[in-house]
Design a protein around this ligand. Structure first.
Ligand code: B16
Ligand code: MG
Length: 225
């Protein structure tokens, strides 16, 4: 059965890369850590960190620098904290116009249609980011990296969202910009819509460039279930 986007009961949004462009600040903060450790960390390397938890991101960064296995758990904790302090300093000045095209408008439109809206983000800084953007109130449910230890591609963050919204996972769609997030949505039994292109992301039901594209469609994306 084909369904229109507005016939879905619940829609869960990833944050970084879907609602707001915070990836650039994650990159700057990780790059500063890599600089201090003495190796280059490029935008291409950074692609591997999208949607990935802070701890796992550090492991990937150390792998890139050829330093995997060189540090104790306490040293790694200190490095992750150092990176987060830099990141938090960047997002302190986050502006509302750093929201990605169409995201605020789509959230408002979905609310008009009475569709439940959830946030499903790996970020432990999500509440502060939503607050800076002035959009906390647009979400019925917020599930972030503080809610579970099980990071994407584990489905926990999305399943908790569906449960809190009181909606069957099969009636939820997920907007995601990262492969780990698409896999998490599939594992949750939800329908992923990728924000990005099929050459970089696999397994999604529909691909859009950004949420503006969803908003502009006269015919909202049709889903096969
Ligand atoms: P934090 P998302 C993810 O956000 C980011 O894409 C990823 O780069 C970051 O490492 C992760 O959050 C954890 O963020 O260090 O703030 O807890 O895309 O799941 O909204
Ligand atoms: Mg993301």
């Amino acid at each position: 059965m084909m369904k229109n986007l507005y016939e879905m009961k619940g829609i869960i949004f990833d944050l970084d890369g879907v609602i707001v462009d915070t990836a650039k600040y994650h990159y700057l903060a990780w790059r500063e850590l890599a600089d201090r450790l003495g190796f280059e960390f490029t935008p291409e390397h950074n692609e591997r960190l999208k949607g990935v938890s802070r701890d796992r991101s550090l492991e990937i960064l150390l792998e890139v620098g050829g330093m995997a296995g060189e540090f104790s758990a306490a040293e790694k904790h200190a490095m992750a904290t150092e990176k987060n302090e830099r990141y938090v300093a960047y997002i302190r000045d986050l502006k509302q116009d750093e929201m990605l095209p169409g995201s605020r408008e789509l959230l408002l439109e979905l609310r008009k249609h009475g569709i439940k809206i959830g946030l499903g983000s790996a970020s432990k800084n999500a509440p502060e980011i939503l607050d800076k953007l002035g959009i906390t109130e647009l979400f019925d449910v917020i599930v972030d990296g503080n809610a579970t230890q099980h990071a994407k591609p584990d489905p926990a963050v999305f399943l908790l969202g569906a449960q809190a919204m009181g909606i069957d996972p099969a009636d939820c769609i997920v907007f995601e910009d990262a492969q780990a997030g698409i896999e998490a949505a599939l594992a949750a039994g939800m329908t992923p819509i990728a924000v990005g292109c099929p050459t970089q992301l696999t397994g999604a039901e529909v691909y859009v460039k950004d949420l503006q594209e969803v908003l502009m469609c006269d015919e909202k994306p049709h889903l096969s279930r």
